[in-house]
Design a protein. Structure first.
Length: 403
């Protein structure tokens, strides 16, 4: 073991912050068992009662039409594609009904950058959801979607966030961060959708407006280990400044059906990345296990490598599935994995407040053994309410002219 690793390990045990150089050295060269042991020490310090949490919510992608065209994305369809869809308000209400039936209280709502959906569409949707389901929560629109709306509406970031909060937005998911280093973003064709600074600025403004958000990292494309650590350090600095991040979630790039191609990082690399994040992100209270990309077994192991949360039950998934991964765990299965790992399983909300014991132990809940999709294949219906908003794309204008 190098002297820098020994010193960094001692600092972690003493609750001191790692420097950038120590963070890189630990990530690259610390033995994995040591990283796991230290991450567990930090997890235990922050979550001493061996409680592992999860949330029941539904991951809904309201449209797959996107002008951003990130090279790592297998989910999007170009404007005018016959496979493109926009969900109607009624379809979204149906998904909320099913989520509530399974004990859930929140939608994770994200989608493509669709030029035919103006800010008013989101405002109307959020208001309609809140009018129908007043206590239901909307964890919606990652920073690049907010940036897209600033460009469409010509409002500032703070202005868009204010409008969305006024119509019912409760919190913002940390998607679209990929790696917050512009060299990587340019190489992945996601610099234009949001630069590193723009992504961070959305979160800064959201936190200032009183919203809590998560932060993510997608690694394993063209990024280097130093750039992954730089990503974590930028998040740590913003958390020092505004403090609104509830959790960090890392996952590995899923290469199938993408323009970029390549191979997926291994499970051991995932555990090394997760454990290092627990050491570097000393001001983040929660780390989620990404079993959706790593599978249930690595997800369960994550609880020994710094994670204290198993994320969401999977009712519906479209993005990761499009890139070749389709792991499914309902509440029964998540709880089994948590308890087998020696933890007590508890339901939580987006603020990581404990809601209670598993719902299936309190009432009869339908098992969810298959993932739902956004839309059944071949369903090319166009929601009626789209006509309430002016068409911006040439293909949508053509479609309306032919009606
Ligand atoms: S990752 Fe998001 S922004 Fe990029 S192409 Fe896919 S849907 Fe569009």
């Amino acid at each position: 073991m190098t002297s820098i690793i020994a010193r960094a390990a001692a600092k972690v045990r003493d609750g001191e912050r790692l420097t950038p150089a120590e963070s890189v050295e630990m990530y690259l060269h610390a033995p994995l068992p040591l990283l796991g042991e230290l991450a567990d020490v930090v997890r235990e310090r922050k979550h001493p009662r061996r409680v592992a949490t999860y949330i029941i919510d539904r991951n809904v992608n309201y449209t797959n039409v996107c002008v951003a065209r990130c090279s790592f994305c297998a989910f999007y369809r170009p404007v005018g594609s016959s496979d493109g869809y926009v969900l109607g308000f009624d379809e979204i209400f149906r998904k909320i009904d099913e989520t509530i039936e399974l004990g859930g209280g929140q939608l994770l709502l994200q989608g493509g950058h669709n030029p035919d959906l103006p800010l008013e569409w989101y405002e109307d949707l959020f208001r309609a959801v809140k009018a129908r389901y007043p206590s239901f929560r909307l964890h919606a629109l990652s920073p690049p979607e907010i940036i897209h709306l600033t460009r469409m509406s010509r409002l500032s970031i703070a202005g868009v966030i204010e409008r969305l909060i006024a119509s019912g937005l409760d919190s913002i998911p940390g998607g679209g961060a990929e790696i917050l280093v512009d060299r990587v973003r340019k190489a992945l064709n996601c610099y234009n959708k949001a630069t590193s600074d723009e992504w961070l600025e959305v979160m800064r403004q959201a936190h200032r407006a009183g919203l809590r958000t998560t932060a993510t990292m997608m690694y394993g494309t063209v990024d280097t280990p130093d750039e992954r650590i730089e990503h974590m350090l930028r998040l740590r600095a913003l958390q020092d400044e505004v403090g609104g991040f509830t959790a960090f979630i890392a996952w590995s790039y899923q290469p199938e059906h993408t323009e970029l191609g390549g191979v997926q990082a291994t499970g051991l690399e995932y555990l090394r990345t997760l454990a290092t994040a627990r050491l570097v992100l000393d001001n983040f209270p929660n780390l989620q296990a990404s079993w959706v990309t790593q599978g249930g077994k690595v997800g369960q192991l994550s609880l020994a490598y710094g994670a204290n949360d198993m994320g969401s039950v999977m009712i519906e998934e479209n993005v990761v599935r499009a890139a070749g991964a389709a792991y499914c765990m309902d509440e029964v299965e998540i709880v089994r994995n948590i308890e087998d790992a020696g933890f007590t399983a508890r339901r939580r909300n987006m603020h990581y407040e404990i809601l209670g014991e598993p719902i299936f132990r309190q009432k009869e809940v339908r098992r969810m053994l298959n993932l739902a999709v956004a839309r059944e294949e071949g369903d090319g219906s166009v929601p009626a309410e789209l006509a309430n908003y002016p068409a911006r794309s040439a293909s949508e204008k053509r479609r309306r002219a032919l009606q």
